[in-house]
Design a protein around this ligand. Structure first.
Ligand code: GLN
Ligand code: ZN
Length: 771
C-alpha cells in the first residue's frame, strides 16, 4: 500500500465505552447510593475509578484519542439536559438543593414528582430520557461535567476528545413539556440553544480540547427540508465561532442521505460516518459529493452494535477507498461501544473456537487499532492479525453451527402455502366459535402472572445446585395450580399457565433452541442501572424438543376451560438478541419461525386450542429510514405467518403487542392474519381500537382495559367504560377483554383485584348488549 498523507495520519479512536465496569460496579454503586448505603462522594469515587480504568484500557490497546464525557450515571441525553440547563420546572428545586439527587429524581421520579419519560435511543435497546421543552424554555450552559471529565483524561497524559449530543439531535429527540401545546416543535428553539453550545465549546477549548465530537444521529433518519436547513444553520453558526475547538460532527446507525451534502458543506473540520452494513450507501454518497477535501474523516468500519469479529480485510479495503476522499482518515467503531458488552475474553462457557468469532468492546477496540495500523503502515504491518482474522472468519463460515444442512434444506423448501392458513378468517372464526364456545366479550390475560420472590429464589437455588430439576419443577407446578385456580374462580374465559418458568422470555426460548449461545458477563445497558444480557443468535436455528408443551398441558389438565399456549414470536426473538450478521435477517427469522412452528404444531397436537405468539418488538425493529421498511415488514410478517399457519382452522391464533401508537404498522398487523390481537390501549383511552376500525381491521382484537404499568387497580366501572368505548369501534362479536400486557412485574394483591374488576366489567357490558 502506498502511504498517502491521509494514511500516514490515520489514528484509532472510539466514541464511547461501556460504562458499567467488568462486574457492573457502577450499577452496584449507584443502587447502594439510592439505598443510602454509600454517600455521593463514594459514588463519585467509584465512577472516577471506572472512567480511569476505561481510559487506561483504551490507551493500552493503542487508541490514540480517547472519548470523554461519554460516561454517565444514568443517561447521556439526561446529561445533555443538564448541560443546556433544560431542567423541567418540577425538578428545579431538587436539582438546586442537591444536583446528584436531583439528577436521579429526573431519571426515576420521587414520591412527589414524575420522572422524565423514557424511550428507545434510535433502533437500539438503550433507552434515553426524553427532554421536555416549550416556548418558555431558557437554556443555560453548564459545562462542568464535560470539562471535569476532559481534565481527568488529560491529567492521565491522554489525548482526549469530548463527545456531546449535538443540538439538532437533542431538539429532535425532545417532546413538548407537560402543559405545552402538543404541536410545539422543539426544533424552533435552535437559535436559543446554539449560544449554549458555543459556551460549552469555548469552555472545552479553554480546558485543552483540540477536537470536540458533536453527535447528530438524528440526521440518519428521514428529515424534512426544514430540519435539514436547521442542521445546516446550526453548523454554519457553530463553525463560524472563533473561540472553539475543531468540530467533528458524528453520525451513526444508518446512512446520512440528504444530510450528507449539508454537513459536507458546513464549516466544520471533520465528519464521522458509519461505513458498516447498517449504513450502506454512505460510501457512494460520499464519493458523489466529491468527498471531504480539507476535512478529517472518521470512518466507523467496525460495527459498534453487533458482537461479531470484523472482516479486517474488507474494512481495510473500505478504508483504502476512503483515503482518496478526505484530507485525513481515522478509524473508529461505527458508534459508541455502549451497545455491546465489555469483554468476550472472560466468557468461560463458550467453546474457544466459537469465542474467536465474537468481539465485544475490548476486542472491537483492538480491531480498530489494527485497522489504523494497517492504514498507516500497509497491510504487511498487520499480516499476523489479518491471517488470524481470516482463519476465524473461515471457521465461522464453515462451522456446522452456522451451516446445518437440515435447517437450510427445510428453510429453502418453504412455499407460500406454508405461510398461509388453510381457511380465511371468516371460515376459521365459525370453526373456532363452535370449538371454543366462548361468550361475547371473552376475557383473557396476556400470559405472565406475578413473578413471586419464591419463584426467583427457586430459580437461583436451581442454578446454585441447592435444589434439583425435579424440585424446581414441583415449585413451578404449584405456581401453575395457583394461577389456574385463581383464573377459574375469577371467571376468566381463556386461561394461561402464567409463565412462572420464564424469567426473561427471549432467554427462556434461546436456551432451548440449538444455534443460540448464552453469555455469563455479556451485560449491556438498557437504561439507568438496568442491564440485560441478550442471547447470541450465532448459528442455524433448530428445536431439538418441545419447549413449552409440558407446562401448557399441565395447566390444561387442571381445568375444563381452554388454556392458551404462550410463545415469543420470531421477530422479537431476533430483536432482543445479538443476531448473526452473515446472512440476511429475513433468513434468520425464517429459521426461528420454523422452529417455533414445530412448537405451535406440537401444542395443537397436545390439545391446545388457543395459541398466542407475542411480537412486542415488531414495531421497534422498524428500520430508521422509511424506504427500508417495506422490505423489513415483508420478512417479519412472513416469519409470523410461517410460525402460525400450520394449525387447523379451529385452532385460534392470538398475537400481542404492547405499544399504543402503531399507526405506521397497522397494515403489517393485518398481514399477520392472527385471529385475535391484544394491544396496549388503557392509557390512550382505546385509541388503538379506533385506529383498527379506521383501517378496516377485520379480525378480533383486545385493546387493553387495565394499565399494568402502574400498581393502580382500575375500578369495574372504569374498565366497563373503556369497553363501551371499544365497542363504539369494534363490534361485540370481535372484541376481547384483557389487560395491556403481562402481569409479571405486578404484585398479587393488585393483580387479583384488577382481574376481578375486569371480569365484572365484561359481565356488566355483556348485559347491556342488545339481545
Ligand atoms: N406473554 C408475555 C407476558 O405476558 C408478553 C410480554 C410482552 O409483551 N413484553 O409476559
Ligand atoms: Zn406486552
Amino acid at each position: 500500500m502506498t502511504t498517502k498523507p491521509a494514511a500516514a495520519a490515520a489514528r484509532a479512536t472510539v466514541y464511547g465505552y461501556p460504562r458499567q465496569g467488568q462486574d457492573r460496579e457502577l450499577k452496584k454503586a449507584i443502587e447502594r447510593y439510592w439505598k443510602g448505603r454509600v454517600d455521593a462522594d463514594a459514588l463519585r469515587a467509584t465512577a472516577a475509578d471506572l472512567r480511569r480504568t476505561n481510559w487506561h484500557q483504551l490507551a493500552e490497546a493503542g487508541i490514540d484519542e480517547v472519548p470523554t464525557g461519554d460516561f454517565s450515571y444514568y443517561d447521556h441525553v439526561l446529561d445533555t439536559t443538564v448541560m443546556v440547563g433544560a431542567i423541567p420546572e418540577r425538578h428545579r428545586e431538587a436539582v438546586a438543593a442537591d444536583p446528584l439527587a436531583g439528577y436521579f429524581a429526573m431519571a426515576r421520579g420521587t414520591q412527589e414528582v414524575a420522572p422524565l419519560e423514557m424511550t428507545k435511543w434510535f433502533d437500539t435497546n438503550y433507552h434515553y430520557l426524553v427532554p421536555e421543552l416549550g416556548p418558555e424554555t431558557e437554556f443555560v450552559a453548564d459545562s462542568a461535567k464535560q470539562v471535569a471529565e476532559l481534565r481527568e483524561a488529560r491529567a492521565l497524559g491522554l489525548t482526549a476528545r469530548p463527545v456531546l449530543v449535538g443540538p439538532v439531535t437533542y431538539l429532535l429527540l425532545a417532546k413538548p413539556a407537560p402543559g405545552v401545546a402538543a404541536d410545539f416543535e422543539p426544533l424552533t428553539l435552535l437559535d436559543r440553544l446554539l449560544p449554549v453550545y458555543a459556551q460549552v465549546l469555548a469552555d472545552l477549548r479553554a480546558a485543552g480540547a483540540e477536537w470536540v465530537q458533536v453527535d447528530e444521529p438524528a440526521l440518519v433518519q428521514d428529515r424534512t427540508p426544514a430540519e435539514l436547513n436547521a442542521a445546516g444553520r446550526a453548523y454554519r453558526d457553530l463553525g463560524g465561532l472563533t473561540d472553539r475547538p475543531k468540530l467533528l460532527v458524528a453520525s451513526y446507525f444508518d446512512r446520512l442521505g440528504d444530510a450528507l451534502p449539508v454537513l459536507a458543506k458546513a464549516p466544520v473540520e471533520g465528519l464521522a460516518l458509519d461505513f458498516t452494513e447498517a449504513a450502506a450507501g454512505n460510501l457512494d454518497a460520499l464519493a458523489a459529493v466529491g468527498g471531504l477535501p480539507g476535512k478529517r474523516l472518521v470512518a466507523g468500519v467496525v460495527s459498534g452494535r453487533n458482537i461479531w469479529v470484523n472482516d479486517l480485510g474488507a474494512s481495510l479495503a473500505t478504508l483504502g477507498t476512503l483515503l482518496g476522499l478526505a484530507d485525513r482518515v481515522d478509524v473508529a467503531a461505527s458508534c459508541s461501544l455502549l451497545h455491546v458488552p465489555l469483554d468476550a475474553s472472560v466468557e468461560r462457557d463458550i467453546e474457544p473456537q466459537i469465542l474467536r468469532w465474537l468481539a465485544f468492546a475490548r476486542q472491537k477496540t483492538a480491531e480498530v487499532v489494527t485497522l489504523a495500523k494497517g492504514l498507516r503502515h500497509g497491510t504487511d504491518a498487520v499480516s499476523a492479525e489479518l491471517a488470524a482474522n481470516r482463519a476465524d472468519l473461515a471457521s465461522r463460515a464453515t462451522s456446522p453451527i452456522t451451516r446445518d444442512p437440515a435447517v437450510r434444506a427445510r428453510a429453502a423448501a418453504v412455499t407460500d402455502a406454508d405461510a398461509r392458513r388453510s381457511q380465511t378468517y371468516p371460515e376459521r372464526t365459525a370453526a373456532q366459535r363452535a370449538h371454543l364456545g366462548l361468550p361475547l366479550l371473552p376475557t383473557t390475560t396476556i400470559g405472565s402472572f406475578p413473578q413471586t420472590g419464591e419463584l426467583r429464589t427457586a430459580r437461583a437455588a436451581l442454578r446454585a445446585g441447592r435444589i434439583d430439576t425435579a424440585g424446581y419443577e414441583e415449585r413451578v407446578k404449584a405456581e401453575i395450580q395457583e394461577v389456574v385456580s385463581f383464573q377459574e374462580k375469577t371467571g376468566i374465559d381463556v386461561l394461561v399457565h402464567g409463565e412462572p418458568e420464564r424469567n426473561d422470555m427471549v432467554q427462556y426460548f434461546a436456551e432451548q433452541l440449538t444455534g443460540y449461545l448464552a453469555t455469563r458477563h455479556g451485560w449491556v445497558q438498557s437504561y439507568g442501572t438496568r442491564y440485560v444480557r441478550p442471547p447470541v443468535l450465532a448459528g442455524d436455528i433448530s428445536r431439538p424438543e418441545p419447549m413449552t408443551v409440558r407446562w401448557t398441558t399441565y395447566a390444561q389438565s387442571l381445568t375444563d376451560r381452554p388454556v392458551k399456549g404462550m410463545l415469543t414470536g420470531p421477530v422479537t426473538m431476533l430483536a432482543w438478541s445479538f443476531v448473526r450478521d452473515d446472512q440476511p435477517l429475513g433468513e434468520t427469522a425464517r429459521q426461528v419461525a420454523l422452529a417455533l412452528r414445530d412448537e405451535v404444531n406440537d401444542l395443537e397436537a397436545a390439545g391446545t386450542s388457543v395459541i398466542q405468539v407475542d411480537e412486542p418488538a415488531l414495531r421497534e425493529t422498524l428500520p430508521l429510514r422509511a424506504a427500508d421498511r417495506p422490505g423489513y415488514l415483508a420478512w417479519a410478517t412472513e416469519a409470523f405467518r410461517l410460525t402460525t399457519a400450520g394449525v387447523r382452522p379451529d385452532t385460534q391464533i392470538h398475537t400481542h403487542m404492547c405499544y399504543a401508537e402503531f399507526g405506521d404498522i397497522v397494515q403489517a398487523i393485518d398481514d399477520l392474519d392472527a385471529d385475535v390481537i391484544s394491544l396496549e390501549a388503557a392509557r390512550s383511552h382505546m385509541q388503538v381500537a379506533r385506529e383498527l376500525a379506521a383501517h378496516g381491521y377485520p379480525r378480533e382484537a383486545g385493546p387493553g382495559v387495565y394499565d399494568i404499568h402502574s400498581p393502580r387497580v382500575p375500578s369495574t366501572e372504569e374498565a366497563a367504560q373503556l369497553l363501551r368505548t371499544g365497542l363504539a369501534a369494534i363490534p361485540a362479536e370481535r372484541l376481547w377483554v384483557n389487560p395491556d400486557c403481562g402481569l409479571k412485574t405486578r404484585g398479587w394483591p393488585e393483580t387479583r383485584s384488577s382481574l376481578e374488576n375486569l371480569v365484572t366489567a365484561a359481565r356488566r357490558v355483556r348485559a347491556e348488549l342488545p339481545a
